[in-house]
Design a protein around this ligand. Sequence first.
Ligand code: PGA
Length: 252
Amino acid sequence: MRRSLVAGNWKMHGTRQSVETLLGGLNQQDWPEEVDLVIAPPALYIQQCREALEGSPVSLAGQSSATQAEPGALTGEVSPAQLRDAGCEYVLVGHSERRSLFGETDEMVCKKFAAALACGLRPILCVGETREQRDAGETAEVVGRQLQVVLESFGVGGLAQGVVAYEPVWAIGTGLTASPEEAQDVHSMIRGRLAMLDDEQARCVQIVYGGSVKADNAEALFAMPDIDGGLVGGASLNADEFGAIARAAGRA
Ligand code: PGA
């Protein structure tokens, strides 16, 4: 019923040369048919990726986009309409680095989600708790709050038009992965919360896990019933590793 999704978030990595090499590696992968595949390159390289991936099943995502779809005086921003025009199908919304380093609030995240949907992009809504919040037993509350703003405006049906990425902040870029059981607990909490509002739609929402996903831990994570794939940072910069993670999702 739900397809798996594996997305690679390249963050602020790459040069034209290294991107060309990475794309060459991606084009040699044996991609599983049953998995939605996405990469989120830096905006500057979207065009280069689009050309190189012509005919490949890999879709493109923006890493962030403006709170509005309309053009405007927003120096340095990229609008979701521009991402769509450049060939993107997805956009990350509310990644923890955007929240913690660039001051994105839940309200801004909600506006970005709205603007992305309005442009026909599928927003990948990132949620997750910090180490301190987890230690204080606040994971459900924090993740619930991050989801709530979007749910209030769009309901479960709106979320189902995008993707939810559960990314515990303490597991991002640290090499510390949530255990499959720890991740599954939060994924099932998220789905349970959505199911209370709309059981049928809740079963359709893709909920992927992010935080130090690697080829050697992907299979165990993706085998969990409510983990529908992964949002992969560091490991997505290696084409063979990203390909192996995608194939692990195909076996799940
Ligand atoms: P990581 O990043 O895989 O390097 O931990 C994940 C993310 O930030 O999306």
